[in-house]
Design a protein. Sequence first.
Length: 335
Amino acid sequence: MSFIEQIKSVAKANKKTIVLPEVSDMRTLEAAHIVLQEGFADIILVGSEQEIRAKIAESGKNFDVSKARFMNANDEVLVQEFVDLFVRLRAHKGLDAAKARELITQDPLYFGVALVKSGRADGMVAGAMHATSDVLRAALQIIGTAKDSKLVSTFFIMVVPDCSYGMNGTLVFADCALCQNPNPSELAQIAIDSAKNFAALTKQTPYVAMLSHSTYGSAKHSDVDKVVEATKIAKSLAPDIAIDGELQLDAAVVPSVGASKAKGSNVAGKANVLVFPDLDSGNIGYKLVQRFAKAEAYGPVTQGMAAPVNDLSRGCSAEDIVGVVALTALQAQQG
């Protein structure tokens, strides 16, 4: 059974409700069809049932979304509830009822996260048609961060075919979508949160590599110093997690290279969680693996939110959306 099929199986055992707000995109409707057919999550589509059915018919596709719930801003009672909720949450930031109504009625992302905040749904998946910043802005303004969260960041689950690295080709890459240039404390938090999520999703022990262009002092630069400091902080905050750095990529995942370059490391050569030093390297890294190695890339999955709201690459496929829905449902179970 593949990694994502295992996730679906666990999700199916305790079914959660996930919002898909981008109903004008056929990939979203195809994903809804697949999820409902496979039965591992319930789906809310943000839009008119009549219009969605007409769009599917016009496309000539045979997508069945009859088991979905359809909710939209035509329901004035619901809209007013969400406007009141939004104003309560953001009045201190200058939000008034008129602006709240505009966002709730005209932006499906805000309507979708309001469904989650109100308890009508357990999570949301979007980003096929919106930038990451748009998805996360709506989520942070209405759902907010978890009570014990110091940072909202993201990770990707990478599943690389015919690969022995990581957990038989399954690895976590972080942060590849949100934190532009994390300082040492932020980088340490990304490492700790990513390790915990790897353990929760895979039920396996995380081995976290703090990546750099240097291994154990082979290069001198302020960028290397940041990773060294982040590693120290992460180890002090989470001594029970195997975290090491700074490590070059080959030292992190190739046993022979790890043994040569980082003697005595409890991570080198067997890392399954790769923490990149900044967003440039993380985003480039995951896309290189996705495109050149034909890896499945599930994410970006958020960590540190009060409820799971997960982003998609705008180049995603319907199957990518299905995978992120499964991961979101599993996160909702844990929340």
